[in-house]
Design a protein around this ligand. Structure first.
Ligand code: ADP
Ligand code: MG
Length: 235
């Protein structure tokens, strides 16, 4: 059973056809990327998968269940992530997980461990406005990764980070992915980033967006230490 199965999905905003007849699949434990230029409908696809929008036509199933219009099924990092300003950083990372039934102490421990791994040691009790944009982005990234969902959707998660930090985030992402074998759908406009991280890549053309083909990444994924040792592979 696929983590995500999208079939013949179309979406229009009024007369603007953004997605037309998109089919794609993320298998259990797979890391799949979508690459496409700005305006090709990548974020719209995520809004549909996350249940924030209902498609004009087509099917979406998550873990074998109909997911059209259903929120809360995925770990999701939107392109412009909003943290809850009245909650601490730690709460922002693990609230969803706690509500999902994980014991509070365990969830807090996990939050602190990962906050320090992404360079935010000592910020657990701070509030979002006390952090820079790039730091808030890392918090939103952890929130999606630690939400304890089978499918994690990340919409250009590292676009505001410098090359050095981005390379480190790649390592953490692969690390958590290898440890937990969650299924990941990753959106980026960088083909290099997609090829570096993914098992396979879908390409969107400009609108009306069309899936051209699924490209199986032909070489072995670099080892994690190589990823972090070479921060220059993307611009
Ligand atoms: P991408 O993420 O690939 O840059 P988007 O999915 O954000 O592309 O946008 C695709 C197209 O849909 C763009 O032309 C955008 O202006 C349009 N669009 C996105 N959201 C809306 C909306 N809520 N209402 C009207 N048009 C929208
Ligand atoms: Mg977008």
């Amino acid at each position: 059973m696929a983590a995500l199965e999208v079939s013949e999905l179309s979406h229009s905003f009024g007369s603007l056809d953004v997605l037309s007849d998109i089919s794609l699949r993320v298998g259990q434990g797979e890391f799949v990327s979508i690459v496409g230029p700005s305006g090709s409908g990548k974020s719209t696809l995520f809004h549909l998968v996350g249940g924030l929008l209902k498609p004009t036509a087509g099917k979406i199933s998550i873990g074998g269940e109909d997911a059209v219009g259903r929120r809360g099924l995925i770990g999701y990092m939107p392109q412009a992530p909003a943290l809850m300003p009245w909650r601490t950083i730690e709460d922002n990372v693990v609230l969803a997980r706690e509500l999902g039934g994980v014991r509070k102490k365990e969830a807090r421990g996990l939050a602190r461990e990962w906050l320090s791994k992404v360079g935010l040691d000592g910020f657990a009790r701070s509030y979002p406005h006390q952090l820079s944009g790039g730091m808030q982005q890392r918090v939103a990234f952890l929130r999606a990764l630690l939400a304890d969902k089978e499918l994690i959707c990340l919409d250009e998660p590292f676009s505001a980070l410098d090359a050095m930090l981005r390379a480190e985030m790649h390592r953490w992402l692969l690390d958590i992915w290898e440890q937990n074998r969650r299924s990941i759908l990753f959106v980026t406009h960088s083909i290099e980033e997609a090829l570096l991280l993914s098992d396979s890549v879908y390409v969107f053309t400009r609108r009306p967006a069309t899936v051209l083909e699924r490209v199986e990444v032909p070489f072995d994924r670099p080892r994690r230490d190589e990823v972090v040792d070479d921060p220059t592979f993307i611009r």
